[in-house]
Design a protein around this ligand. Structure first.
Ligand SMILES: [Zn+2]
Length: 191
C-alpha cells in the first residue's frame, strides 16, 4: 500500500464501504481516495479490479459516492430521496456493463468490460446502492451515532441496534470517551 495515504475502512456492504472512503464528514473529513491510483486500489480490494483510472473517472466516482451518501442518509431518516442524487445513481447504474459470474466455488464475482472499466465498476456500486436503499436486502440503513461522522451504514445485526458505522474507529472512540468520563466522575477509584 503506498505510504502517506489514509487506509481504507473495509465493510461488508459495497455501497456503504464506498461512501466510507470519505470519513468524518461532520468533523475533519478524511479523503481516502485522494488520487486515481487510490480509487484503483480501493476497487481492487473490493473485487472490482480495473487497469487504469483518469482524474475525470475519479470525479465520476466521487460524484456517485456523494449521491449514494445523500440518498442513503435520506433513506435512513425516512425522508424523500434527493432527486439529483437518484439521477446520478441511476445514470451510473445504467452505464455500467459488468456481468455477474459464478466461480467454481459457488461465489459471485464481477466481470468488468475491457474498456472504461471504471464506469463498469461504478455501475456495480450504484446497483448495490439501489438494492440497499430500495430495502431489498436484509438489514436496516442507519446513521453513525458519532456526531463528527454520521456515516450511513447498513445494519445487518440480528437486533438491528448497531450504533456505529465501524466498531474499530467510531465505536471504539466513543467507548474510550465514555470510559474517561466515568473515570473523571469517580476520582480515586481503583481502575
Ligand atoms: Zn462513524
Amino acid at each position: 500500500m503506498p505510504a502517506g495515504f489514509p487506509d481504507f475502512r473495509l465493510g461488508t456492504v459495497l455501497a456503504t464501504s464506498f461512501t466510507g472512503t470519505l470519513s468524518e464528514r461532520r468533523g475533519d473529513a478524511v479523503e481516502r481516495i485522494p488520487t486515481p491510483r487510490r480509487l484503483i486500489d480501493w476497487l481492487a480490494v473490493n473485487g472490482l479490479a480495473v487497469d487504469s483510472c483518469t482524474s475525470a473517472q475519479l470525479d465520476l466516482a466521487r460524484e456517485l459516492r456523494e449521491s449514494i451518501h445523500a440518498a442513503a442518509t435520506a433513506a435512513a431518516l425516512q425522508e424523500a430521496l434527493p432527486a439529483s442524487a437518484v439521477q446520478v445513481i441511476n445514470d451510473r447504474s445504467a452505464r455500467g456493463r459488468a456481468a455477474a459470474v459464478l466461480t467454481p466455488e459457488g461465489k459471485r464475482q464481477w466481470r468488468l468490460g475491457s474498456t472504461s472499466s471504471v464506469e463498469d465498476a461504478l455501475g456495480v456500486i450504484a446497483a448495490d446502492a439501489i438494492s440497499v436503499i430500495a430495502g431489498e436486502r436484509d438489514g436496516r440503513l442507519a446513521l453513525c451515532a458519532s456526531p463528527t461522522c454520521r456515516a450511513a451504514f447498513f445494519d445487518t445485526s440480528r437486533s438491528r441496534t448497531r450504533k456505529w458505522c465501524d466498531m474499530n474507529t467510531c465505536g471504539n472512540r466513543q467507548k474510550k470517551a465514555r470510559f474517561q468520563a466515568n473515570q473523571r466522575k469517580k476520582p480515586g477509584s481503583a481502575e
